[in-house]
Write a protein that binds this ligand. Sequence first.
Ligand code: GYE
Length: 310
Amino acid sequence: GGGDSSGGGGGGEDGTVMGFSQVGAESGWRTANSNSIQEAATAAGIDLKFSDAQQKQENQIKAIRTYIQQKVDAIAFSPVVETGWEPVLQEAKRANIPVILTDRAVDTTDDSLYATFLGSDFVEEGKKAGDWLVQNSATADTTGDGKINVVELQGTTGAAPAIDRAEGFRDSIASQSNIAITASQTGDFTRDGGKQVMESFLNSNRGQIDVVFAQNDDMGLGALQAIEAAGLVPGKDIKVITVDAVKDGMQALADGKIDFIVECNPLLGPQLMDLTEKVLNGEDVPKRVVTEETTFTPEQAKSVLADRQY
Ligand code: GYE
């Protein structure tokens, strides 16, 4: 699919106009992602119309409708949640404007509604987090009662990375009868959200929490503040696992406050511009492009921190 949506008048390097609707500015990951997209557009000579939806789907739908009215050559966006996109994507299709999904997926059975989807495998990220816990279960039993109680700070409710990281993590720990998720709540991928939810977890379960699985660095960093404010030592009294590997997270990992980080690469700009140009030129592109990622322990964080771009 996608071949019939290459109209829209673009294709060359010169004069290509792209509308991009960003989720918001909720995390360090997001800031790095927005910078990457803006820099890559400039480098590719693409005129980028960038809007920030402040984590609200209605704002994204409005922005996409505006881009359709403006007859941009291509629309790219990172959908804040997975569902509810069909009507606006159909409007773009009718206007012959190709849509490229980046970072987060939409939940639709009609894959003619977008040309391609560039982003991470979030289920795999959740699995890597769970695998580390399974492999380190001996030291993760910080309360020493033979059981590992995990509290989870979930990302934005309904967002692909929140749904998929939860799934991957659960898959990985499923066979371990000594590991249980005892509480799970959204912190909306923000530092403040992570701090507040962790405070409430500590208020109701103090002395019983072994591990925090924060679905991004920012919520994990917020949780560290709550743990320290409660007079506990992160990394010792409570183990902390996060996802992203932005600089602040990597620093906390190197300092031994976070125990393990699963990388999620935000530098999608160059690949996004490349895919956009190919789509506008009518070239075949894969329907799914998965970013390559790794994981970090404290020792590894120390050795790469100085060269970290974001
Ligand atoms: O992990 C989180 C951000 O969609 C992969 O969104 C992205 C996630 C990222 O707020 O920090």
